[in-house]
Design a protein around this ligand. Structure first.
Ligand code: ADP
Length: 528
C-alpha cells in the first residue's frame, strides 16, 4: 500500500512540475513575442544637457520645446538616471519615462505609453488564465482518478471472505476486525439466549410480572401483567400511564425507597395480591419488581367460609332456641297437660329440622374435604326417579300437584345410588314446594352428549333473574320465610350441585318468574 501511495504521489508531483514547465515555456514564448511588439512602440528621445531635443523617433526634434524642465531629465542630470510618469504632450497618452545621462553629457530618454504596457498584460492574461484553468482541471481529474484507484481496492474488500489485494499492510487490521466480528457474533448469540431465557421465565409465570427501572419506566412485563393492566404494550412506558390507582402508586413509591410492600388490588371482578420488591441492578437507580397474584378464588372462598359459619350458627341457633324455650315451659309446669302433645310435636319438628340441617352440613363438608363415599353401583335411573316421586306423592297431593316421571326403556347408570336418590329428592321436593296449587312437576331422563340428563320441570313460582346466579350458594334462599315454613335448609341445591360435579357433571337452571323452573343435572355414566 505504501508503495502504491508513493507511486501516486510521485506521479502527481511530476505532473505538477511538468505543467509548471509547460506554463513557463508557453508564457516565456508569448512574453518574448509581446516584448518584441512593445519594443516597436518604444519612444526614444535624445536631449542635450541644456534641454534641447536632439532626436525623437516619434516626433520632429526641431518643433519640440526644451525638455530641461522634465522631472526625469532633471533627475538624470543630477543622479545619472531619472524616472517619471505623466500625460505626454507629444503622444497625448499617459507615458512612463526613463532617462539616463550618457558619457557625452546628453540625456537618453526612453518612453513607453501606458496603453502599450496594458496591452501587453491584457494579451498575456487570457493565456495565463487558460493555463491556470487547464492545470486546475488536470489536477482535479488526476486527483479523482488516483483517489479511486487508492480507495477502490479497500472498498472492494469482502469482510466475510477477505482478500486484501495490493494492500498487505491492511492484513493485521482486517484480521483484528474479523476476530472482533466473531467475538461480537458470539456475544450477541449469548445475549439473545439470555434474553430468550428471561422472556421464557417471564411468560411462563402465570402471575403478572412487571419490572420497572428507577425512573418508573417499564423494562419488562409479561402477558398476564398486560392483561391485568388492560394494556397491549408496556415496555418503555411509564407505570403511571398503565395504572393510576393511588394506593398502588403509593406502595410503589415506598418500595422505591427500599421497603418491600404489598397490597390488595381489585380490577373488574378479580382480586389480586400485589407484591412490590426492590430490584437492584448494576445501575445506581434501583428498580422494582411487581408481582400480581390472582387471589380471587381464595378471597371468595374465605368470604364464603365466613358467611357459611355465620349461617350455620344462625340455622342451628333458631330451632335450638325454640326447643329450649318450649322444654323450659314444660319443665316449669307452664304447659297444660292437654297442650303437652302439641308442644312435644313442635319440639320434634324443630329437632328434625336441626338434624336435617346438620346432616346436610355434614354431607357438604364431606364434599369439601373430598371424603364423599365412592360407592358406585349400576341401577336404572328411571326406576329410582319413580320411587322418589312416589315417596313425595303425599306432599304433592296435599297441594294438588301432579308429579310425572318419564317411563319406558330403563336408563342405566353407574353412580352412587344414595346420592342420586338425594339429588332427585331435593329437586322434586323443591319443584313441589315452590309450586302453586294445582301445578305440575315432570321428570324426564335421557342420554345426551355422553351424560345421563335428569331434568325436573315445574309450573311453579319461578326464580327472578337477580337470584339465578346465587341460588346454588349455601343457605341462599329467595324467600326465607317460605323456605323455613316448608322445612327447607337452604342447602338442597348446593348439595345437588356437588353431587352432579362429584359424578363428573354439572347443573343448569332455567327459570322464569311466575311461570316455572327447570333444573337439568348432567351425570356421567361412570365414576368421574
Ligand atoms: P331450600 O331448602 O330452601 O329449598 P334449596 O337450596 O333447595 O333450599 O333452594 C334454595 C332456594 O332456591 C329456595 O329457598 C328457593 O327460594 C329457591 N328454589 C329452589 N328450587 C326452586 C324451584 N323449583 N322453584 C322456585 N324456587 C326454587
Amino acid at each position: 500500500m505504501n508503495r502504491r501511495i508513493f507511486r501516486y504521489m510521485a506521479l502527481l508531483v511530476l505532473l505538477t512540475a511538468a505543467s509548471f514547465l509547460l506554463l513557463l515555456f508557453t508564457f516565456s514564448g508569448n512574453l518574448g513575442a509581446e516584448i518584441k511588439g512593445s519594443l516597436r512602440t518604444l519612444r526614444v528621445t535624445l536631449i542635450a544637457s541644456d534641454g534641447a531635443v536632439l532626436f525623437d523617433n516619434r516626433a520632429s526634434a526641431e518643433g519640440m520645446e526644451n525638455h530641461l524642465g522634465r522631472p526625469e531629465v532633471q533627475e538624470a542630470l543630477q543622479k545619472g538616471y531619472g524616472e517619471s510618469e505623466r500625460l505626454s504632450g507629444t503622444l497625448g497618452e499617459t507615458t512612463r519615462y526613463y532617462a539616463m545621462r550618457l558619457n557625452d553629457g546628453n540625456i537618453l530618454r526612453l518612453a513607453l505609453t501606458a496603453s502599450g504596457a496594458q496591452s501587453l498584460a491584457a494579451r498575456l492574461l487570457p493565456l495565463l488564465l487558460f493555463c491556470l484553468l487547464a492545470a486546475a482541471l488536470a489536477a482535479f481529474l488526476m486527483a479523482r482518478v488516483l483517489t479511486r484507484r487508492l480507495v477502490g481496492p479497500i472498498n472492494a474488500i469482502d469482510l466475510d471472505d477477505p482478500d486484501i489485494g495490493p494492500y498487505e499492510e491492511l492484513l493485521p487490521f482486517i484480521q483484528r476486525m474479523e476476530r472482533q466480528k466473531r467475538e461480537l457474533a458470539g456475544r450477541r448469540s449469548d445475549l439473545e439466549e439470555r434474553e430468550e431465557t428471561l422472556r421464557m421465565i417471564m411468560q411462563s409465570v402465570h402471575e403478572g410480572l412487571i419490572l420497572i427501572d428507577g425512573h418508573g419506566k417499564v423494562r419488562m412485563a409479561n402477558l398476564s401483567a398486560l392483561e391485568i393492566l388492560g394494556a397491549k404494550e408496556a415496555a418503555g412506558r411509564n407505570i403511571v400511564e398503565l395504572c393510576r390507582d393511588a394506593d398502588f402508586l403509593e406502595k410503589l413509591r415506598m418500595c422505591r425507597e427500599g421497603a418491600r410492600t404489598e397490597m390488595v388490588f381489585r380490577k373488574e371482578d378479580r382480586i389480586y395480591s400485589v407484591f412490590f420488591n426492590p430490584a437492584r441492578g448494576e445501575e445506581s437507580a434501583s428498580g422494582t419488581m411487581i408481582l400480581f397474584v390472582d387471589t380471587t378464588e381464595r378471597y371468595t372462598a374465605e368470604a364464603q367460609r365466613k358467611e357459611f359459619s355465620a349461617n350455620v350458627s344462625h340455622e342451628l341457633k333458631t330451632p335450638l332456641t325454640t326447643i329450649s324455650a318450649l322444654s323450659e315451659m314444660i319443665a316449669g309446669g307452664q304447659v297444660k297437660p292437654e297442650d303437652l302433645s302439641r308442644f312435644g310435636e313442635k319440639i320434634h319438628a324443630q329437632s328434625r329440622r336441626l338434624i336435617s340441617t346438620i346432616e346436610d352440613i355434614i354431607r357438604l363438608s364431606e364434599f369439601d374435604e373430598g371424603n364423599a363415599a365412592r360407592e358406585f353401583c349400576r341401577f336404572d335411573l328411571k326406576e329410582l326417579a319413580a320411587s322418589v316421586a312416589e315417596a313425595l306423592q303425599d306432599k304433592a297431593a296435599k297441594q294438588g300437584i301432579s308429579v310425572e316421571v318419564e317411563r319406558g326403556e330403563p336408563l342405566m347408570v353407574t353412580a352412587n345410588r344414595r346420592m342420586i336418590d338425594e339429588l332427585l329428592y331435593n329437586l322434586i321436593d323443591n319443584a313441589i314446594t315452590y309450586n302453586r296449587a294445582g301445578g305440575s312437576v315432570s321428570v324426564s331422563l335421557k342420554e345426551e352428549e355422553g351424560f345421563r340428563v335428569i331434568a325436573v320441570r315445574d309450573t311453579g313460582i319461578g326464580i327472578a333473574k337477580t337470584h339465578l346466579g346465587r341460588i346454588f350458594e349455601r343457605f341462599y334462599r329467595v324467600d326465607k320465610s317460605r323456605s323455613k315454613r316448608t322445612g327447607g335448609t337452604g342447602l338442597g341445591l348446593s348439595i345437588v350441585k356437588h353431587i352432579a360435579e362429584f359424578h363428573g357433571g354439572r347443573v343448569e337452571l332455567t327459570s322464569e318468574e311466575g311461570k316455572g323452573s327447570c333444573v337439568r343435572c348432567f351425570i356421567r355414566g361412570k365414576e368421574a
